[in-house]
Design a protein around this ligand. Sequence first.
Ligand code: PLP
Length: 394
Amino acid sequence: MSADVHIHENTDCLANTYSRYPVLLVRGDGARVWDSDGKEYIDFVAGIAVCNLGHCHPKAVKALEEQARKLIHCSNLYFIEPQIELAKRLCNHSFGERVFFCNSGAEANEAAIKLARKWATERYGGDRYEIITMHNSFHGRTMGALSATGQQKFHKGFGPLLPGFKYVPFDDMEAIAQAIGPQTCAVMVEPIQGEGGVRIPSADYLTALRILCDEKGILLIYDEVQVGMGRTGTLFAYQQYGAPPHIMTLAKSLANGVPIGAMVATNDVAQAFSPGSHASTFGGNPLATSVGCAVFDTLLEDGVLANCQEMGLYLRSALSDMKEKHKGIKDVRGKGLIVGVELEYSGKEIVDRCLQRGILINCTMDTVLRFIPPLIITREDVDCLLTTLDDVLG
Ligand code: PLP
């Protein structure tokens, strides 16, 4: 069935929550995907920063197949071997000492919000529940994560939100210092804002935040759902800024497309949770965590991070060179392979035209073209993007 027929005749059954392109993707391999008409695309979206190793990476597929034959699911009432293995990997390579697994970024942030409140209750009594987050942040769509998200457009029509969130401008230490009060228990921040328009903070922002949080006796939470697991060229984005948090959330690329989320915390903070405090039926299940282990090892062993750094530099420098020629480009920014091109105008038409030419890209905050390809992207594929963009922007 052609994509057109399929889409027009069969999609009334879906909830109307996405404005989708009229494309039916049916297959993927590396940085390429194909639609039901056989058209090939180079994928600079990667499931929105999910398929870091590319589509259907052989090591992820192998882990999935092998685990599916052994044990797909069992309850967290019992120990789960690949869950322990993935937790060990996360702790060995980060500040973390304890991991709670769930199934998505929003859920990981819900866990972080709950843990911060519980920690503060145990330490200070019940009055410290407020979490400070940033303007233009994005933390997910469940009620807690939505309330943490500092963008009114996502709140509209869903009130009342969860009380206890205060929003301040991103990368503004003075605003945070003023906002912290006797009821504050944590500051929650994306080390780089993804949905907010690929916003990179000043080099010393996270370190200053950590110092301030320690002075005030409150927690620092990093939402690395979009930028964690190698996206910026290091395993975690915070590692480039030098300041570890007390809690970090992950999801998206943790298992390269198999649904998973994780909240990583220090021992001292994590001890606020005890059996019954929090749970998830599917969280950390054997299938997702065995793929997570394979993805983790591949990221570190196969030169993926080095390629991410190299291709990120190459892409950003070539895009910056385009600024001279295309006056509509206002700014080029990014780290590793999360790259944004801010335009003077809406990027929607650019995305549409790239799609027609077989390049998938994404636009956020209306004017920021966002490039978040698999970290294994080649120079040839980047060159294809650059040629197409040059043409389309012209
Ligand atoms: N946090 C950040 C920084 C994100 O970018 C996203 C999704 O884009 C989320 C949280 C929510 O993740 P999920 O859609 O898996 O719930």
